[in-house]
Design a protein around this ligand. Structure first.
Ligand SMILES: *Cc1c(COP(=O)(O)O)cnc(C)c1O
Length: 421
């Protein structure tokens, strides 16, 4: 099936639910077993079915199947947030003494998770510049368990060469995970470009209304191949004492997400609520239409800003003048570059004034909503940094970030024009 059909039809057979056209919300904690043999079969995986909503839920399963098909994956597991999806991806491969290599151009929460939180578990995060793949290669050693980067990095919005990153991961037989939150599976299919795992914060474009926090991990066919008989991933190739000696690699198919479900949702517990899965299903139905419009409006706004005398610089991969343009053309569907852009004005004070003067754009630190959003990173998300640190982080005081929503684009341009005056 093609994307637009998958978004609306995949993973749901309404005849299993009284013909209900909209998938029901299975708002239940647990599921009664037919008898003790049925229970035993579910626990030893000889039969599949829901046991307890922390591990699996029928509404969530529809959402997982839909995203999985959309990403052309083998398996998927949904989580309570994008952050949980990223943490579980790390925890699924690494233990004390191991390291994970992360692109510097990443979401703030991913950077703090790497630099501070997993460090306390004895796992080291090493950071590379997405434009410097020699640096990436120099950081790899025997204890490297994962390479992690964002397709369109939030908030840096500078793309890297995805296929070259994938080539390095392949040469070293290391799993590669791409955070596809900003591009979404409509604009980019990282598994086809050489990633083995994809994660999303579904709280952004996939939900699309800003109504639910959620995340998902998807694995491609190549994950199994990289894990099987690879000493780096010995814990998938040896009996798991926590699951009566199960050897994951003796099973076929989606063993990365299976382990995330059986071991990590079991022990860490960050399960998505079935209601949030249902909200995400509503969002998915229009994802293709929305991503086309977000990209179209963002490009028009980027061009308007580029021609504005008070704007020093516009950062949008869809603009010909942008250094990421070549990657946007190569890796994003029809060069559509999603709804995230940033631009720089002369001073921190003026940027703050602009951010406060818009009437339609809301001053919020979120992205991917149908409602347009304006953020001044220097006074919000990056407030604790010094002027020099702000420049090093690529967020000078005069930088403003926009998440272009679905309002009429001419109203949005008028709004920015008056705020810049
Ligand atoms: C928002 C975001 C996250 C974190 O997701 P939450 O759902 O907020 O936990 C991770 N990666 C990227 C690129 C994001 O934009």
């Amino acid at each position: 099936m093609k994307d637009k059909t998958i978004l609306i039809r995949a993973g749901y057979n309404n005849q299993e639910c009284y013909g209900a056209m909209n998938p029901p919300i299975f708002q239940t904690t647990a599921y009664e077993f037919r008898d003790s043999e049925h229970a035993a079969n579910l626990f030893d995986l000889s039969e599949v079915g829901p046991i307890y909503t922390r591990i699996n839920n029928p509404t969530t399963e529809i959402f997982e199947k839909r995203i999985c098909e959309l990403e052309r994956g083998e398996g998927a597991v949904a989580t309570a947030s994008g952050t949980a999806a990223i943490f579980y991806t790390f925890a699924n491969v690494a233990e004390a003494g191991d390291n994970i290599i992360i692109a510097k151009q990443a979401y703030g929460g991913t950077l703090t998770l790497g630099a501070h939180t997993i460090r306390r578990f004895g796992i080291e995060a090493r950071f590379f510049d997405i434009h410097n793949l020699e640096e990436l290669e120099s950081l790899i050693d025997d204890r490297t368990k994962l390479i992690f980067f964002e397709i369109i990095p939030n908030p840096a919005i500078e793309m890297g060469d995805i296929k070259k990153i994938a080539k390095i991961a392949k040469e070293h037989n290391i799993l590669l995970c791409a955070d596809n939150t900003v591009a979404t599976p409509i604009l980019c299919k990282p598994l086809k470009l050489g990633a083995d795992i994809v994660v999303h914060s579904t709280s952004k474009y996939i939900n699309g209304n800003g109504s639910a926090i959620g995340g998902v991990i998807v694995e491609g066919k190549s994950a199994f191949k990289k894990i099987k008989d690879n000493k780096r991933y010995y814990h998938f190739n040896e009996p798991d004492k926590s699951y009566h000696g199960l050897v994951y690699s003796e099973l076929k198919g989606a063993i990365f997400t299976l382990r995330a479900r059986l071991a990590l949702l079991r022990d860490f517990g960050g399960a998505i609520s079935p209601f949030n899965s249902w909200l995400n299903l509503q969002g998915l139905e229009t994802l293709a239409l929305r991503m086309k419009q977000h990209s179209k409006s963002a490009l028009k706004i980027a061009k308007f800003l580029e021609s504005h005398p008070k704007v020093l610089k516009v950062n949008y991969p869809g603009l010909k003048s942008n250094p990421s343009y070549k990657y946007a053309k190569k890796y994003l569907k029809k060069g559509r570059a999603s709804g995230l852009l940033s631009f720089e004005v002369e001073s921190r004070e003026f940027a703050q004034k602009v951010a406060e003067s818009t009437k339609i754009f809301s001053l919020v630190v979120n992205i991917g909503d149908s409602k347009s959003i304006i953020t001044h990173p220097a006074s919000t998300t990056h407030q604790q940094l010094s002027p020099q640190e702000l420049i090093d982080a690529g967020v000078p005081g005069g930088l403003i970030r926009l998440s272009v929503g679905l309002e009429d684009v001419d109203d949005l341009i008028d709004d920015l024009n008056q705020a810049l005056s």
